[in-house]
Structure formats: structure tokens, C-alpha cells
Ligand binder design. Sequence first.
Ligand SMILES: [Zn+2]
Length: 251
Amino acid sequence: MGNKYLEWIGTGSGLNFTLGNTSFLIKGGERILLVDCGYTVPLELMKSGQLKDITDVILTHTHADHIGGIEGFAYMNYFAFKKREDQRPNLYIATEKFAQRLWNNSLKGGLEKIQDEENIPQNVTLDTYFKIHIGKQIDILGLPTATLFPASHVQGMENYGVSFDNGVWYSGDSLDLPKNNSKLIFQDCQFYETIADVHVSYNRLKQELSPDVKAKTYLVHLGGGWEQKNPKADGFAGFVMPKQRFDLESL
Ligand SMILES: [Zn+2]
């Protein structure tokens, strides 16, 4: 394993409490990037001793298995680690509209009201806890450049996947098929099909991906039924398990 690697925290679907919420870290030097922070993520990061070291966070969409850990993450950084001003973690959000929805609809109830050290009540905002960066291109010193690209998920919901300029591609939650020219693909999936799907199905990926794309596609966001499948026999690179690491230096 080289110095630069991707490490999965959880690889489960929204309610898979065994594998945890789908989320990963990219490490390569002083900065550590967390992609998505669902409700199981802060506990896993505390258990592995990594929560304090995370400098940068990308969020793909506002479902709780992707952002439900942000309140705990923010409070730990603010109150326990005392990170203020330049010490605040960077938070990357694709658009201003997304940032407003994240704060007003998901986070404000828990994070808005705090008491300062003199016990004076205060109304604060998301940028009390984070350095907020709005935009789809994300440059972090020492790490591959990330781009947030729109992906189909729940109709009407702003939602993104993440591609990195070193060839790593993460679908986020998506109904779309992966991009062929990526080197290392992490694709969400589900193990059933309905007319109202919000994730691409395992069977569609199995049938529609070319053998060469399938061979570099690892499946994440694993829900009910994953243990009955044999992804390698179906031509995929495999399922990803929590704590699994991928070397980024040999890409
Ligand atoms: Zn989702």
C-alpha cells in the first residue's frame, strides 16, 4: 500500500447497520478527505481514532445516510477539538441552493443554538463550524482534484457523484451507469427492481456493463440480498467491505 490510498468507512445501504453508511476517506499527506458523513460515520471514525484528523468533507446529497453524521461531526470539532476559524474543517457543497437546503431542512434544528463559554446563548450558522466552499470542482492540497457531477437519484433532489482526476469514480447514490474511461469505479446498487427505483440494480449493471468496465467496478451501498450474490462470478471486481483500502499510487 502506497502513501496515497482510499479507505472505506462503511459500504452499506441506507439502513444496513452491519456494513454502515457508504462513506470513504482519501489520505495522501496532511489533508484527509471524507466523502459523505452518514449517521453511522462519526462513531466509526471515533472508534478508529480518525475523526479529529479530517480536514475536508464532500457531501453528495441530503439523505441521512450521507449527511446524518454532520451534526455530531460539527459538534465534536467545535466543542471537543475546539476547532475555530482556520482550524475548521472545509465543507464542499456543489451549489448555494444545496447549502441552504442542507442547513434549513437538515441541520439548523440541532446546530443553530449554542452557548458560548460565558453561557451566553448564540444563534450560529453552518460556517461557524465549517469553512464552506460552494462549487463543483474541489482542489485539496496533495489530493486528486475532485469534481461533483449531477446524478439521477430521487426525482427533484439535488444529487451528485464524485470523479477524481486520478481516475477514481464514485457514483454516489445513482440510477446511472458508471463512466467507461474511469480506472477504478465504486458504484452503488440495489438487489431488486421496481418501477420506482432510486438506485441502479445489480442485474442491470450485470447485463449492461461491458466486461472491461465491470472488471474495474466495485459495488458499494449494499442492502438486503448482498450476501446471496457472487459479484466476482458475475464479472465485477467485487463488493467493498468496511475498512477496505485501495492504493491510489499505482493507478
Ligand atoms: Zn440517497
